[in-house]
Write a protein that binds this ligand. Structure first.
Ligand code: GLN
Ligand code: ZN
Length: 754
């Protein structure tokens, strides 16, 4: 029995790669020094895998920014404008990743997209008609040799042509298929080079196989690989899939002459059925993804062994993770605050290696290794003290009516209009104001116990005073308190809810040098005390204008946390929804007339297959949002906010959230979303962001006026709100003030003109 992993967290145990790369960006270290750091980390990680007894060790999973970008660079998919900068290779690479502004030119970065259903983001390769896909890089080969010199035989990995070309953006009429011939030549050259270097196995990732694929897609995949595999020679090829099952192309996959096939038995709901229905191939090795690469809970050995018992008759198997370990934190070893009886349940990347090894040992000799199995089983048979009877009863008692707000949207709109007395095209912001150094310092000092709670609150109140004074001066219509007390929109709520745990060092790469530290849902979630009421109430006393209460919605809180595995996502979301509902009602009881419930990450766990969208997700996620606000008075106006522009395909479901107003990011996508809104006769009032807050640029009054006019060309004026496209916390103070002034002026001008 052998063990394998698909990829390892390259950012390092203590985010060493992030810090080194950022130093390089700030010109504090040279390219050579950064390369040296990269090499040091690669060697350290390979050695760790060796020490943990992993048999198939990947190389090529390391990257200074993103492995899809690495593959694009390897294969010459670098648009002209970046090549023309004439920069050294590493700088060109970072120009693609982050944009470049300097003596050599001015280019924006490649687009960034969410990697399947994870919170990791990859760089989207751009392909023109004159792009020539060919092997030009060597990083894959040099890292393989680097490991070999250190005495470690690795299995190089890159993304395969089918997925790579499917994920790319095309600027001309040429499409993915038109680049297949070139891809075959390039990948064949890779085969040859790797073979020459003494490589045995090569891992080609084709996660696109778990998407909804048409017979044409499958046919193309088959043709592509028939040609490619004819050229593999001695090299053994593993085609690796993850994030789901390969139900559309399974038969083709087992018929093609791959040497190994990597299947996901964790997220792939149908994987085992596919094996049972169509069998496997005796000549191939099955890399069985049985240790979850995404979640942080310990593997249930007993259950996994039962699963393996079903898989083993189908052929030669290797124990594998379900996806790259990139998506989990590095190690538990640095968590010193959490109790041992809690961390006993957790397994981060390094601990998952132990799990693979334990499973291997148990399979090899159950008797000798029965203690391993016993110790593990205890975790799953004993009570974890996570239950909350009150919450369970509340959920049990829910009926259809709890998900319906009355009266209906159109009637509420009339009632609220009368009560709130807002002008046409009301102006507002998304919630946060700039988190300056002093704001962050105040929080840090309080956390470290350097200032008292009274001092901490006094500072925040002073910031709220200033923030409201500014908003009044420039004439915004619906005000916010500025969110100075919040570190992160999910962590802040997690910290105030029962059932959450927080780690110290459990960072996960989100993109490039950015890492996130998701909180862990440990037990039943409930609210034991009001969370936001005090600050919102205080803020409302400072103004006669409506003060918007700011909350994060249940789906977003869930999606940006590590969820439990012992209850369903639906149940976990309902628990969160009930907690936030209590907060909504408390805000209302304390005189807050407008409440925004952010669902920034609503789309995050949308299943990869459209056929699963409703049954597996939207059918409970959207009602969970409604549950949060269904009990408020008709006069209370509920807002929501969403980030990322890909809404068009779920726009109807968003309307069914039944908020009174929704704001979203739209300026970067050229307001494409307006057509979708128009097409379905979107009922909710909308605030499509009128300027991009992700850039320090200050939009002019005229520019915003034009944007507003564009919106009004498509949508009825009585439904439109004017706001920036996201929260302002990452921006500087002066650009924020200038931009908001212009936003209000533009709205006033348009109002005057219509
Ligand atoms: N209310 C939050 C803010 O303004 C929303 C953040 C977000 O959409 N990501 O920061
Ligand atoms: Zn946003």
């Amino acid at each position: 029995m052998k063990t394998s992993i698909i990829g390892f967290p390259r950012v390092g145990e203590l985010r060493e790669l992030k810090f080194a790369t950022e130093k390089y960006f700030r010109k504090e270290i040279t390219a050579e020094e950064l390369e040296k750091k990269g090499k040091e980390l690669r060697l350290k990680h390979w050695q760790l895998l060796v020490d943990q007894g992993i048999d198939f060790i990947p190389s090529g999973d390391f990257s200074f920014f993103d492995t899809i970008l690495d593959t694009a660079v390897l294969l010459n998919l670098v648009p002209k404008k970046y090549q023309e900068l004439g920069l050294p290779p590493l700088e060109t690479y970072f120009a693609l990743a982050r944009g470049y502004q300097g003596e050599s030119g001015d280019v924006t970065a490649l687009a960034m997209k969410k990697w399947f259903n994870t919170n990791y983001h990859y760089m989207v390769p751009e392909i023109d008609d004159d792009t020539e896909l060919k092997l030009v890089g060597n990083q894959l080969f040099t890292t393989f040799s680097e490991a070999k010199e250190a005495g470690i035989q690795t299995r190089p990995t890159i993304v395969g042509p089918f997925t790579l070309l499917k994920l790319a953006t095309y600027h001309g009429p040429k499409q993915a298929k038109d680049f297949y011939e070139e891809a075959i030549i390039a990948y064949t050259q890779i085969f040859d080079q790797l073979t020459k270097l003494g490589c045995e196995w090569f891992q080609i990732d084709e996660p696109a196989l778990v998407l909804d694929l048409t017979p044409t897609d499958i046919q193309q995949f088959r043709e592509l690989y028939e040609k490619l595999l004819a050229k593999k020679g001695q090299l053994k090829i593993l085609v690796q899939t993850y994030f789901g099952d390969v139900r559309n192309g399974y038969q083709e996959l087992i018929e093609l002459p791959f040497d190994g096939i990597g299947l996901d038995f964790v997220e792939g709901r149908k994987t085992i059925d596919l094996l049972e229905e169509h069998g496997f191939s005796k000549e191939k090795t099955l890399f069985a993804g049985i240790v979850n690469g995404k979640n942080i809970w310990k593997n249930n050995y007993q259950k996994t062994l039962e699963l393996l018992e079903m898989i083993q008759p189908f052929g030669d198997i290797v124990l594998n993770t379900s996806c790259s370990l990139l998506h989990v934190p590095f190690t538990l070893a640095n968590e010193n605050v959490l109790e041992k009886d809690v961390t006993a349940y957790f397994s981060f990347a390094v601990e998952k290696l132990t799990e693979l090894n334990d499973l291997k040992k148990i399979l090899e000799d159950k008797k000798i290794n029965q203690d391993l199995l016993k110790a593990n089983s205890v975790l799953f048979t004993q009570e974890r003290f996570v239950k909350n009877k009150r919450v369970a009863k509340q959920i049990e008692a829910l009926t259809k009516n709890d998900y319906v707000r009355l009266p209906k949207l159109s009637e509420r709109a009339i009632i609220q209009k009368e009560k709130l007395e807002l002008p046409t095209l009301p102006t507002t912001t998304i919630g946060s104001f700039p988190q300056t150094r002093e704001v962050k310092q105040n929080r840090a000092k309080f956390k470290k116990g350097e200032i008292t709670e009274a001092e901490y609150i006094a500072f925040n109140r002073k910031k709220i005073d200033e923030c409201i004074a500014f908003q009044e001066t420039i004439g915004l219509d619906v005000l916010v308190h500025g969110e100075f007390e919040r570190n992160d929109m999910v962590e802040y709520f997690g910290e105030s809810l029962e059932g959450y745990l927080f780690t110290e060092k459990a960072w996960v790469q989100s993109y490039g040098t950015r890492c996130v530290k998701p909180p862990i849902i440990w037990g039943d979630v409930s609210r034991s005390k009001p969370i936001t009421v005090a600050y919102s109430k205080y803020a409302q006393t400072l103004t006669h204008k409506p003060m918007k209460g700011m909350l994060t919605g249940p789906v977003t809180i869930l999606n940006w946390s590590f969820p439990r595995e012992d209850i369903s996502l639906k149940e976990a979301t309902l628990q969160l929804a009930l907690a936030i509902q209590e907060e909504v009602l408390d805000l209302e009881a304390n005189g807050i007339e407008i409440i925004q419930i952010d669902e920034a990450a609503l789309r995050e766990k949308l299943p990869l297959r459209q056929s699963d969208w409703h049954t597996e997700y939207l059918d409970w996620a959207i009602p969970a949002f409604r549950l949060v606000h269904s009990k408020v008075q008709p006069t209370t106006q509920i807002h929501t906010h969403m980030c990322y522009s890909e809404f068009a395909d779920i726009i109807q479901d968003i309307d069914h959230m039944d908020a009174d107003v929704i704001s979203f990011e739209a300026s970067r996508s050229n307001l494409d979303i307006l057509d979708a809104l128009k097409a379905i006769d979107f009922q909710t009032q909308v605030g499509p962001g009128v300027y991009d807050i992700h850039s320090p640029r200050v939009p002019s009054v005229e520019e915003i006026e034009t944007t507003i006019q564009n919106i009004l060309n498509k949508l009825p004026i009585e439904k439109i709100w004017i706001n920036p496209d996201c929260g302002l916390k990452t921006r500087g103070v002066s650009e924020t003030q200038a931009s908001l002034k212009n936003l209000v002026l533009a709205a006033k001008k348009v109002r005057g003109g219509v």
